[in-house]
Design a protein around this ligand. Sequence first.
Ligand code: GCW
Length: 723
Amino acid sequence: MRFLKLNFSFFIFLLLSITTLKAEDGYRLWLRYNPIESSSLLEDYRKIFQSVDVLGESSTMTVIREELALGLGGLLDQKVNFSESTNDGLLLIGNYNQHQKIKALLKDEDLKVLGEDGFIIRTVQLNNQKVILITGLQDKALLYGTFHLLKLLQTHQDVSNLQVKSIPKIKVRMLNHWDNLDRTVERGYAGFSIWNWHQLPDYIDQRYIDYARANASIGINGVSLTNVNANALILRPDYLEKVKALANVFRAYGIKVYLTARFSAPIELGKLETADPLNGEVQNWWNEKTKEIYTLIPDFGGFLVKANSEGQPGPQNYGRTHADGANLLAEAVKPFGGIVMWRAFVYSNEEPEDRHKQANLEFQPLDGKFKSNVLIQVKNGAIDFQPREPFHPLFGAMEQTPLMMEFQITQEYLGQGTHLVYLGGYYKEVLNSDTYQKGENSTVAKVINGNINDQEVTAMAGVSNIGTDRNWTSHTFGQANWYAFGRLAWDDQLDEEVIAKEWLKMTFSNNEEIVDTMNKIMQSSHEAMVNYMTPLGLHHIMAAGHHFGPGPWVDFMSRADWNCTYYHKADSIGVGFNRTSTGSDAISQYHRQVAKKFSTMENCPEEYLLWFHHVPWNRKMESGNILWDEICLRYQSGVEQVDGFLNTWNKLEGKIDKERFLHIKSLLTIQLKEAKWWRDSCISYFQTFSNLPIPKGVPQPEKDLEYYKSLSFPYAPGIRPRW
Ligand code: GCW
């Protein structure tokens, strides 16, 4: 018996060590909740959280208790004492509207501006005891507050006297999945779709729950489940049952489900002859379909639509406008409080106009014609999620229509699943750009958060980088971009470095040296990538189709604006797209203050120079170098930066867990190899135009141009499937 007992405990020990070893595979994201290592801090925290009183019953309150059991229990390395009595909670959580005990602790004014999601965390006196109170007006706000408190502990903050009030600046903070029903993910680099449509609705994967926890922890409250290149099947009754099952999981976490609506669904599913938005039968079909959805999912968020873009059907097929199309769906969801997010990512091959201008040309004249529950979803820039883009001119051009942001979290053009590129700073760069819509300081952030034009709904979307990979995002640092997106959707004023450090502390360690080392890499990673891919405003010079790797020579695609030569326009004189009044005049779509800055080579910030100007190879740059030399040197500095990242990373050996250390080291090694590939192939290619020697300090390309052109990647992940 004794032997058995011993063996049993040994077995448990073994199991535990295996699970702890395995535990650092990245699955737990930033919600690791490992025990606090500093014993004095642990003691302090244990004293403060002797007991926890969570008031009220609802699915969200249950989730709060579960998260505290996991989080507080893990961090304090002890079982959480959920007090039975309502008097002895040292952490007290409850809805302000529902509990007299909480009402008595605060004034109504304190709660006034909180809205649905805002929360208060405050140290108060209750029965002569210091108590930490978390409250808000809805249960989901308490969940946000709970995650906030757990974050304070995870990042070792002093919690002895808390005065926190946090209110999101944006109402709808959502992820857009580009997930197909066959589980491939368009522009996804982390495996397959996490939605197992075949096993839904019966099988609920633990991943759905952990996904919801992660999202709720950063304030994400909406999920569009399916690709914008939409499949009408998702609206079929059996698929709607599957959607309902997911919605049922997400509800307790404050997350609403949205679907992409294929504009031709009335034909494909409803067997109608047309999808004309002004046709009565079509309107009726959408109204009935929407009713059906709301019967299954009463809190359904609404529709996201890509129409008349890249082959997707839309109202223009029937001679109608985007407003006609959007309003058709807006009418259908309106009685249920739903919204329509209509994408502005439109361009057409038949249209000879610079692609940069097409969204403004189609949408600006429709300003004021959309129903109030329509938002126009605008990508951060006018071309397409490039390593760096100036902000989209539409942000400054629509005064009567709510605009929402679409960022890309998945790194389609930014090194995909293998490059370490932290996007917090890039998102901020766009949000802080001044549109001058209503005079100086009309930043993009203020346009989308409703500060500039009064609007009811505000929203921000991020195209998800999540897949079935054990660590969710392929590159562990891809998690940081998911995290940063959520944090900035909550508060666009947050500093990218603060966000990065929060994430690092929770994901890796609170050790200052480790955090500083990794943070330095993160903060310069975006600029490094711009340098080794598209310096000085070059853009869309990626290989065709999969967009993996360089392809500035691509000139064979069926559509002019799918060719790289369309974007860089290199010739014997220079390189770059002239978008001034002597060229496509795209600059005139910006407010004149902005246009003034971009329109001359002298005033244009160098990071956008080749975006807006065709610049002679021998033009003197700020550094004193001629353009050609500067391009080469930028490519080289990008490579050197990545080399530096790898060296710095190597210093972390033995300081963090081996599994993630090696994983990231290998990926940085690939990144270095690919940065050199970018440098060598782009320099070789552009040299055929500049006819100038490669400057000192930049090595000769390893292979000849023909070699780089010959590379092909037929099975690169994330390629756009046929739809
Ligand atoms: O960037 C392009 C992508 C397409 C994508 C499209 C869009 C979903 O290459 O794969 O399709 O943008 O945003 O609609």
